[in-house]
Write a protein that binds this ligand. Structure first.
Ligand SMILES: Nc1nc2c(ncn2[C@@H]2O[C@H](COP(=O)(O)OP(=O)(O)OP(=O)(O)O)[C@@H](O)[C@H]2O)c(=O)[nH]1
Length: 202
């Protein structure tokens, strides 16, 4: 899979209610907004990057990449963000990362792409852990852009659950060894803990 075959979508369209009054993607983590961490990690891995956000659009536009709000109003969940990304995607594949996970691997897209193509799947999803500890990370996915009509039909029927949509597809799980690679930061408390932990490890 070539770099230009993949568009990167940063999902920042949630309410972020657990983070409190500050928009989660705009919350400062280790000296810069969380969405900037995502842009910097994702940009070298894809042909172009865009942001999906539903609040503070002008602030998000200041990061220099296109910003698109959900087509479906009313915080319909991450699938609404994925649909928006697919509507604006001009490449055969779209990869998504959430705005609140600043540790995802620098070879994330290439690993996902290799697995998706070798298994000829519809969608690849990141997985960590083994056995009972196995954990999928559904908002870290690589999807064929041709799935847009299928997703729009699913949303049009009133369904919203990401797992239910995945159950209609040939999903390729892609295992990553680092258990923390897809850790996300939902609260100010978690943010402080990660900052302290990382400061202590340097
Ligand atoms: N476009 C879009 N993305 C969403 C929506 N809800 C959640 N997301 C995204 O999906 C990912 C996981 O979201 P969560 O952390 O579960 O939810 P959140 O709304 O961000 O935060 P909480 O309100 O604290 O649960 C994040 O990248 C969110 O930005 C939505 O309604 N629309």
């Amino acid at each position: 899979m070539e770099l230009n075959d993949v568009t990167g979508l940063i999902l920042a369209g949630g309410r972020g209610s657990r983070m409190g009054s500050v928009d989660k993607g705009l919350q400062t983590f280790r000296g810069k907004p969380m969405v900037k961490h995502a842009i910097e990690r994702l940009s070298p891995q894809v042909g172009s990057v865009m942001i999906n956000a539903n609040q503070n659009l002008d602030v998000y536009k200041g990061f220099g990449v296109p910003v698109y709000p959900d087509e479906i109003q009313g915080f319909a969940g991450p699938l609404a963000g994925l649909q928006t990304g697919l509507l604006h995607c001009r490449s055969p594949f779209l990869v998504t990362v959430p705005c609140d996970s600043p540790f995802f691997p620098l070879d994330f897209v290439s690993e996902m792409g290799t697995a998706l193509l070798s298994e000829n799947g519809d969608l690849a999803v990141a997985v960590t852990g083994q056995g009972e500890q196995e954990q999928p990370h559904p908002v870290f996915c690589l999807v064929r852009a041709s799935l847009l009509p299928h997703l729009s039909d699913f949303l049009q029927s009133g369904q919203r659950k990401i797992d239910k949509w995945y159950a209609t597809l040939k999903v390729v799980p892609v295992r990553f060894a680092d258990e923390n690679a897809f850790s996300n930061i939902n609260t100010l408390d978690e943010l402080t803990k990660w900052e302290e932990r990382l400061a202590g490890s340097q």
